[in-house]
Write a new protein. Structure first.
Ligand SMILES: [Mn+2]
Length: 319
């Protein structure tokens, strides 16, 4: 069943001259690595095709490779593959509704159907792992660069194999590419995890100042002048969300940062108990069961969200 869908996707790639690969807004390593790795794999397999990985440039993840610019589209014939994004509203940089041939490859819980074929495996660690499974099950080719990007995407989205859905098969796949392409995992970890002391100090600030309710809900609003005083930016601050996992007193935790240019609040939420994506979706957000986000311009919405998440913790403890 899974293999058949991989073959269908492969055949669509094979018959398309021009292919666009897109992912979600607010890029993360899984999203960026999956689009760049698939681009390189398609180019290796079919050198004459035009393949573009597009979306807002993510300077922080340039170690994964560079994105492309594209601006002339043939809506009837070009193929679009969306990676790591369950709904049209969160696709970065392309209006997929205009295209006839759209394929979705994703590991988020289903939100809406927008593709001709949709490969959704919401029990998978990452979109990069799905892309690796597809390469293994089709004639798509791989090389060291592709393997490195897929490895980094899997490591990042599974939070170094800590999160659920990491299983023996994940290790089989990772082990396979480490051996076959002789990946230097120490070098790759350096690319991913080296950081300036300013970021460590900001994390220290967050850890010292986050509020924790009696129900096990923790939250902090990170004002931009505070983030700036640590010489860091809002994106790297919100990425620190995973550093608050595995704390006895915290069940659900939330960071608020603000994009000044867009006048937009970005909320990052994690949980090790209550399911949070259903709550996030009520506030124009979404994501995974235990890792979700919300974006809003309305500050008042955030207070309601905080209240509801605290209540969810209370219910969870008392159930
Ligand atoms: Mn992902």
């Amino acid at each position: 069943m899974k293999k058949e869908l991989f073959k269908k996707i492969y055949n669509e790639i094979k018959r398309s001259k021009t292919i666009y690969l897109v992912r979600h807004i607010g890029p993360d390593p899984d999203a960026v690595a999956s689009q760049i790795a698939l681009r390189e794999s398609i180019k290796l397999t079919f050198p004459s095709k035009n393949v573009y990985a597009i979306g807002t440039n993510a300077a922080r993840f340039k170690y994964l490779g560079l994105l492309d610019k594209a601006n002339s589209f043939d809506f009837d014939n070009d193929l679009v593959i969306t990676l790591d994004v369950p709904d049209v509203a969160r696709i970065d940089g392309l209006d997929v509704k205009k295209f006839k041939n759209v394929i979705k490859i994703d590991h988020h819980p289903f939100v809406e159907k927008y593709g001709k074929f949709e490969y959704i495996d919401d029990k998978n660690t990452s979109t990069c792992q799905i892309v690796l499974e597809m390469i293994i099950n089709t004639r798509l080719r791989c090389n060291k660069f592709v393997a490195e990007d897929l490895f980094m995407g899997i490591v990042s989205d599974s939070n170094r194999f800590l999160f659920e859905y990491t299983n023996p098969f994940t290790f089989d796949l990772v082990s396979l590419i480490i051996r076959k392409y002789k990946l230097d995992i120490q070098e790759l970890y350096k690319k991913m995890y080296m950081k300036p002391i300013s970021e460590v100090r900001l994390l220290g600030y967050i850890q010292s100042n986050i509020k924790v309710t009696k129900n096990g809900f923790a939250y902090i609003e990170l004002e931009n002048d505070i983030i700036k005083s640590f010489n860091a930016d809002a994106a790297s601050a919100s990425n620190m969300i995973n550093d608050l996992n595995n704390i006895n007193e915290i069940l659900v935790w939330l960071f608020i940062t603000k994009d000044e240019k867009k006048d937009l609040y970005k909320v990052n939420i994690r949980s090790r108990g209550p399911i949070i994506n259903e709550i996030a979706s009520k506030y124009n957000g979404g994501g995974h069961k235990y890792a979700s986000g919300v974006r809003t311009t309305d500050r008042a919405v955030l207070d309601k969200l905080i209240e509801e998440l605290d209540e969810a913790c209370k219910l969870f403890i008392n159930k």
